[in-house]
Write a protein that binds this ligand. Structure first.
Ligand code: NAG
Ligand code: NAG
Length: 272
């Protein structure tokens, strides 16, 4: 029935292929708000728990909170989550979160605090329009890209909470920081939800504890394997907007002499 992917160029979707009256299907990780505004019929298959994050972020926006989003700024889900937030900053990992917290504390954590210019340069792709770290980091909440490591989001949340306590005093923390769990209690969440992304992460930890000779992932089809002792795979890429995936390369003689124990895993959104 002519199903086409919307092509991307330099990380931006090219909507020329979409005509009025077309049906547009949103993938499981959602799509950003400006995409939803197109004059087309929408079939939205976004995962309910991705939508929950948006609801939280949107609620926080009404309370003038800046969302600190744990995610990758070029990831579709994070782009979509950010589009629901008013003011936001996206941090990729603990190092970036520490950088932000250090700025909030004026360099008290370790080393000297960066200048505002350096801060804005570092997060130029990862902040909302007109972001001002001196003004916008006074009331914050934490949101996450659901595929990030849960443990890391929790650590980042704790770090930010400690930082706000240090800066504003323990008694005033509720005016400066909201954690997801507080929101949970305010019954946005159905607590019976199973977050399979996180189950998968736990399964992955168990897998790597086994005595494995090798583990492979990031192969998109069986055609990448063979013939002979050859494999085509993508390289790990640094996350940037133009090339979020690494280059496809071929490796010869990649399997060492057997017998081998091989671990196999997949992306959470890979068809089973
Ligand atoms: C976080 O990401 C930066 C930039 O890619 C990297 O230099 C740093 O080592 C990372 N930190 C952690 C804790 O993974
Ligand atoms: C990440 O987001 C989910 C909501 O989708 C939430 O249930 C979970 O608690 C969040 N993790 C942290 C550490 O905040």
């Amino acid at each position: 029935m002519e199903v086409t992917n919307i092509p991307t160029e330099e990380g931006k979707k090219q909507f020329d292929v979409v005509n009025k009256g077309d049906v547009v299907v949103f993938p499981a990780f959602g799509a950003s708000l400006d995409e939803i505004d197109k004059n087309v019929r929408i079939l939205d298959t976004a995962c309910p728990w991705v939508i929950k994050v948006w609801n939280v972020v949107e609620k926080h926006k009404k309370g003038d909170y800046t969302s600190i989003i744990h995610g990758k700024y070029a990831h579709e889900e994070t782009i979509a989550t950010a589009s629901f937030a008013g003011t936001y900053i996206i941090v990729k990992n603990m190092t970036e979160a520490m950088y932000v917290c250090n700025y909030i504390l004026g360099g008290e954590l370790e080393g000297s605090s960066s200048t505002k210019e350096a801060f804005l340069e570092k997060f130029k792709y990862a902040t909302s329009k007109g972001f001002d770290p001196d003004h916008d980091l006074a009331k914050v909440d934490i949101a996450n890209q659901t595929t990030m490591l849960k443990g890391e989001t929790e650590e980042i949340g704790k770090l930010v909470e400690r930082t706000m306590m240090q800066k504003y005093g323990v008694g005033n923390i509720n005016d400066h920081f909201i954690s997801f769990n507080t929101i949970c209690d305010a019954n946005i969440f159905d607590t019976n939800f199973t977050f399979f992304f996180h189950e998968r992460q736990d399964a992955m930890y168990k897998l790597v504890e086994q005595d494995l000779d090798l583990i492979r992932y990031w192969i998109d089809s069986e055609q990448r394997i063979g013939p002979g002792n050859r494999i085509a795979h993508k390289l790990k890429a640094c996350s940037n907007a133009t090339n979020p995936h690494g280059e496809l390369v071929e490796t010869e003689n990649w399997l060492p002499e057997g017998p081998l124990t091989i671990g196999v895993t997949s992306g959470a959104s890979t068809p089973g």
